[in-house]
Structures are given as structure tokens and as C-alpha cells.
Write a protein that binds this ligand. Sequence first.
Ligand code: ASP
Length: 307
Amino acid sequence: MARFVLCIHGGAGVIGRDQDTARIAAYRDGLSRALDAGRLILETGGKALDAVQAAVLAMEENPLFNAGRGAVYNSAGGHELDAAVMDGSSLACGAVAGLSRVRNPIRAARLVMERSGHVLLAGPAADSWAGEQGLQLVDNSWFDDPYRYEQWMKASAASRVQMDHADEPDSAKGTVGAVALDTHGHLAAATSTGGMTNKKHGRVGDTPIIGSGTYANDQSCAISCTGTGEQFMRHVVAHAIHARMSLAGESLTDACDHLVHRVLTPGDGGLIAVGKDGSWAMPYNSLGMFRAVVTSDGERAVAIWED
Ligand code: ASP
């Protein structure tokens, strides 16, 4: 069988190593399940695009991760969700920003790609359009989670914008993502997020900005980022990696390391990457990153910190 690779992330930064073991085990289990959702598709000859969507969907449904249910709160005490998907074989892509009613933003991003004739739809009109396309709409309170509410109360009392998973302010980021190479040699990337705790109402991060938080191109790589969105947008991180590989001939590892360790500022976050040759990388400059990888060669790993 031709080679497949799937990498996923559940956010950069970390929960403390001193968190109760049941919570840590739940994170590992959540990553593992999302990995399997994508792996099953790749293993049976399915498309990278479907695999990354399935992996992200599994994490959107898991309140432990800052995407879909369990998304962080914005400054108005509600949830606004961003997501994007990109097919490296055709450069087709779709994204949504500031959704407040679509249960699974990654499905909406895929529909934008396939049915809208556009790349990015935003706000309440995007929610309504997704509903018309048959996606499930929920009340905004459906995304509520008591843990995130507590995070927001603390962040808002201190007037600070905070990354998800953060027990300490700014010590961790949220967002979920997946990148894959399928057995047909095609690449795809998907990312979904609730953004940052106490972000301004209306703020959009890097996740739905094609080339910043999400990018895939069969000529080079597939990338999904997590961290301080403004930094990833400023440096157009995902596309910069593609450019270094395709224009300068850099390897996936070198291009990713350059962006994460030389361009971004320590603490900004990290990314997952798969190259067209099946190479993969998951570098970060935060204290950790929820991440996992599986390949057709039998490689499989789930990690949070530098284990
Ligand atoms: N990059 C996301 C954003 O800025 C947040 C994150 O990854 O934690 O919206």
C-alpha cells in the first residue's frame, strides 16, 4: 500500500503536568480517537480531505478542545467560531469566521469550499447560509462548558485576552487541526477554533485565513497552526512554509523550524505539517502542544509535552 500520514493537534501550550491524571488521560484519549477517525479513512484508501475533516470533527465534538462544543468565551460572553479546510490537489479551499450557531464549523468550511463559489463566509449570514445548506444549527449556549466559563471569568476580571487550556495566563493555546497525505499522494489541511478567551467580539484569528493558519498544496506540504493568531497572520506562517519548500527547496523540517523557531516569538505556539514525500513535523515554541501522528508504516504517537 502506498504511504499515508496523518498528524493532528489539539492546541499549542499545555495544561500543567500536575493536573489530575484523569484529565490528562482524557486529553490523550481525545487525541487518540480523533487520530483513529482520520486513520480509518486513510487506511481504506480514502481522501486526505475526508480524513482531516473527520479528525477535526471528532475534536469539535469533544468539549476538552477549543473548537465546536467547549469553545472559549469571547468578551461578550458568547462563542464565535472559525474554521478552514484546504485540498492540496486542487487548491480548493473554504473557510468560515465568526460563526455562532453552526454545530460543526468544519462542515461549514467544507460546504463553503464545495458549494458557495467563495473562499470565506463570515458572521450571522454564514450561519444562516450553512443552515440553508442543511447543517445543524444550535443555540450559542450549546457550546458552553463550565471549565471555559471559569477561564473567561478570570480572564475578563483581569481584562486580559487568554489562550485556551491556560491554567496560567498565556501559557497555552487552543484550536484543533489535522493534516494528511493520502495513499493517492494528495495532501489536505483542516483547522477549527473558538479563538482566544475574552477575545474582542468580532475578532477573527489565523485559523480561517488561508495561508496563515491553514494551507495545503500537493507541490509541497499541508499545514495547520495553533497559537497567537495575530502572529501567524502577520507572518503568513502556513504559506511561508510552502514558499520556502517550493521556491528555496528547503525540507519540510527546515522550513517549519525556521518559521517556528526563528520567525515567531517564543510562546507563540506551533504547527503540524506533512510533506508531499510523507515527511512530517510538529514543532512548537510553547511549553507543549497537544499532538498525535499515525502513519502507514505503523508509527503512532500521542504527546502533550516534550515527553
Ligand atoms: N490560533 C487561534 C486563534 O488565534 C487560537 C489558538 O490556536 O489557540 O484564533
